[in-house]
Design a protein around this ligand. Structure first.
Ligand code: NSP
Length: 224
């Protein structure tokens, strides 16, 4: 609580403390080039196929967050996270449809280095020792980076190519923003009740996600 009796948000404080890195993740030249219409379409196609592989790994990660949530005494967050798991089925179908549209063969694409590094990070959350507070923080910031990055591509003044607007809407919509805010409330509530070492680990995971997201955009831009 601050002096006015308003509960300060830990997530907002972290966003401020790590603002530079947050900006690097959410205003990366890759997404900025979508917004200004200069995107290299081969880079977009690389992102599309790599992100499909990412989302397949993300399913298991979100399922592990759900499992940790269900083991909490008070599992009121369950419905929001379950909704997140359910929406991934639609998301995988979306990637498959887009791949056909862009003539990308998803079956023949191997994951690139930065993607594999992200997969390893996501895979570590199946460990039961990793707390729910850390896992749900990680989930929230992963979703938020996409929400912030893609909503920028559809904000006023954008020159986003019409064929990419559907992609930007997927994560940049008001609905997805609401969902990210719901996750953020869950995270702040969870952190407010977590021990100090878990809060510290959650902040480390927050920063690690920003690094991995930057690496993912870099990989999409340049095939590293
Ligand atoms: C790399 C990455 N980060 C986040 C998201 C949003 N679920 C995604 N699809 N891909």
């Amino acid at each position: 609580m601050d002096g006015s009796g308003v509960e300060a948000s830990t997530t907002a404080a972290w966003m401020e403390r790590h603002r530079q890195m947050y900006e690097r993740a959410t205003r990366h030249p890759f997404t900025v080039s979508i917004r200004d219409g200069t995107i290299d379409l081969s880079a977009f196609k690389r992102w599309l196929s790599q992100d499909y592989l990412f989302v397949r790994e993300f399913v298991a990660f979100v399922a592990s967050v759900l499992l940790k949530c269900c083991k909490q005494e008070d599992s009121l967050d369950m419905e929001i996270i379950l909704g997140g798991v359910a929406s991934l089925s639609d998301e995988l179908s979306w990637f498959k449809n887009e791949a056909v549209k862009w003539d990308v063969d998803l079956a023949s694409v191997p994951p690139l280095k930065s993607n594999l590094e992200y997969h390893r990070f996501l895979g570590s959350f199946t460990e039961p020792e990793i707390s729910y507070a850390v896992a749900v923080t990680t989930f929230w910031i992963i979703e938020t980076v996409y929400q912030d990055s893609f909503s920028f591509c559809i904000e006023e003044g954008n020159k986003t190519p019409p064929e990419l607007l559907g992609t930007c809407q997927r994560w940049g919509s008001a609905e997805f923003k609401q969902y990210c805010h719901s996750l953020q409330r869950i995270v702040d509530h969870s952190l407010a009740n977590a021990p100090a070492d878990a809060v510290k680990s959650a902040e480390e995971a927050f920063v690690r996600v920003l690094e991995l997201e930057i690496g993912f955009w870099e990989m999409s831009s340049s095939q590293c």
